[in-house]
Design a protein around this ligand. Structure first.
Ligand code: NAP
Length: 472
């Protein structure tokens, strides 16, 4: 074995994980699992960890959010450190990480969203679901946004789980939201808002919908809400029927059964309604200074040359009057300085997590990806576990092959000196736990709320330092 092989007490393997969402934590967990001495340093640009579990998972999905208990256990490993409020490209450069670590795993997710590519998509009143979800989850990036919730009709474009989340939050009775950790201002504005009809547009049919049966079931069970599906939409076109017969898919079959049940329900005349409108694509946003409507075309389905069931516009058009449009048509990764990027897929090209040389060539030995920046914005939280394991297995293979041997990687104290010079408000995991406890205490006077989140970074940092000053 080479004298420089890292992974021992005297010579620990030093790995930087950039991003503290599920993908980053599952990578850390697997790094801790093999018996090598591995120092995992996890970076996040926010003072808070957990990525989309904190900033993306809907506030009324507290059970899903409780996965963070498992992440706390990973963070409790003696060789684990969290460096929050440190941004790659602002506070540390990729070159710094390459100098200070044997390996770097980028677990940065997909930070932006896909565009519809239709006229006036950028008018005020037309938003990405990413913005709305970040806003109601008190994500610091989206604090300054405002949404005009005064109109009676909102349109949600897309048929995935994010579309389901947005429709559900818009339709949920205020009492239900008041028992969640939704941002305080979002709670107040949703309560005061006037949205009474949410039209969800799916460009393909019910058999092709991307949402999962559990999320559809939640929508169907919302109290005080009529969910409306045109029974004719469940008379599937031939291409869909052929697919249903040829390819078993339990989620799809369950969706179809739930949609049939919804379609047959008598309308209760509730004050709020969600219309699931299939085979419908927005072709144009209407309005001058603000969204005033959406022109929608009816689609038909056909089988593309690739065998996929595809939508095709007919000349049947109509206009939905609305001042509020959310596109929930998928997230999109963004490039990282110095790394190759596949702009079409929005991912960093990789082989089982190893970053590949892009068109510009370059040596990316010791650089890995996991999560959405590796495979694209698909799957649920648990999908990140096998994904991260594959990446870390690649890293271990490279370690065993001697590819990560380097004698000149400085110790953790050198990195910490550099970070403290560059960042006055470094947030450790212990600091985050202080903030976590404060957020939960702040909810004590608000009966059922599990926590009241801070949404501004400066307020988070002030709360941590006030607490420490008080102790010290
Ligand atoms: P998604 O599941 O990929 O769904 C995107 C939807 O947008 C699809 O219905 C897609 O239709 C549609 N779409 C794409 N381009 C379009 C266009 N130009 N015009 C109209 N419609 C278009 O994405 P997502 O909803 O953002 O979710 C991302 C991932 O997070 C998914 O894996 C999801 O399951 C997961 N997630 C899970 C939960 C949960 O477990 N509770 C909650 C939220 C998100 P086509 O099928 O026709 O392409």
């Amino acid at each position: 074995m080479s004298e420089h092989r890292p992974g021992t007490q005297d010579h620990p393997l030093r790995v930087a994980v950039v991003g503290s969402g599920p993908a980053g934590f599952y990578a850390a967990e697997h790094l801790q699992s093999r018996g090598d001495v591995v120092q995992v340093d996890m970076f996040d640009r926010l003072p808070t960890p957990f990525g989309l579990v904190r900033g993306g998972v809907a506030p009324d999905h507290q059970k899903i959010k409780s996965v963070t208990k498992a992440y706390d256990r990973i963070a409790a490993h003696p060789e684990f450190r969290f460096y929050g409020n440190v941004e790659l490209g602002r506070d540390v450069a990729r070159e710094d990480l390459l100098a200070y670590y044997h390996a770097v795993i980028y677990a940065v997710g997909a930070r932006t969203d896909r565009r519809m590519g239709i006229p006036r998509e950028h008018l005020p009143g037309s938003h990405s679901a990413t913005e709305f979800v970040g806003w109601y989850n008190a994500h610091p990036d989206f604090r300054s946004l405002s949404f005009d919730l005064s109109g009676p009709t909102a349109v949600v474009v897309g048929n995935g789980n994010v579309a389901m989340d947005v429709a559900r939050i818009l339709a949920s009775p205020a009492e239900a939201l008041a028992a969640t950790d939704i941002a305080d201002d979002a709670l107040a504005e949703l309560e005061a808002g006037g949205v009474r009809e949410i039209v969800v547009l799916g460009r393909r049919g019910p058999a092709e919908a991307a949402f999962t049966a559990k999320e559809l079931g939640e929508l169907a069970a919302l109290p005080g809400v009529d969910v409306i599906v045109d029974p004719a939409a469940l008379d599937l076109p031939d291409v869909s029927r052929e697919e249903v017969e040829a390819t078993p898919d339990r989620n799809r079959d369950k969706n179809l059964a739930t949609l049939r049940e919804i379609a047959e329900r008598p309308r209760e005349g509730h004050p709020t309604r969600i219309v699931l409108d299939f085979l419908a694509s927005p072709v144009e946003i209407l309005g001058d200074a603000h969204v005033a409507g959406v022109r929608v075309v009816r689609n038909e389905l056909y089988r593309g040359d690739d065998g996929r069931v595809r939508p095709r516009a007919t000349d049947d058009e109509r206009i939905i009057d609305t001042n509020l449009v959310f596109r929930a048509i998928g997230y999109q990764g963004v490039p990282l300085m110095g790394l190759p990027f596949d702009a079409w897929e929005g991912v960093i090209p990789n082989d089982a997590g190893r970053v590949l040389a892009g068109d510009g060539g370059g040596d990316h030995r010791g650089e890995y990806v996991t999560g959405w920046i590796k495979r694209g914005p698909t799957g649920i939280i648990g999908t990140n576990k096998p994904d991260a394991h594959e990446t870390v297995d690649s890293l271990f293979e490279d370690l065993d092959a001697g590819l990560l041997d380097r004698g000149d990687v400085p110790g953790r104290e050198v990195l910490e000196r550099l970070l403290s010079q560059r960042r006055r408000d470094l947030v450790s995991y212990e600091d985050w736990q202080i903030l976590d406890a404060i957020e939960q205490r702040r909810a004590d006077d608000h009966d059922e709320r599990p926590r009241r989140k801070f949404g501004e970074i400066r307020d988070m940092l002030a709360a941590i330092s006030e607490h420490k000053d008080g102790e010290g």
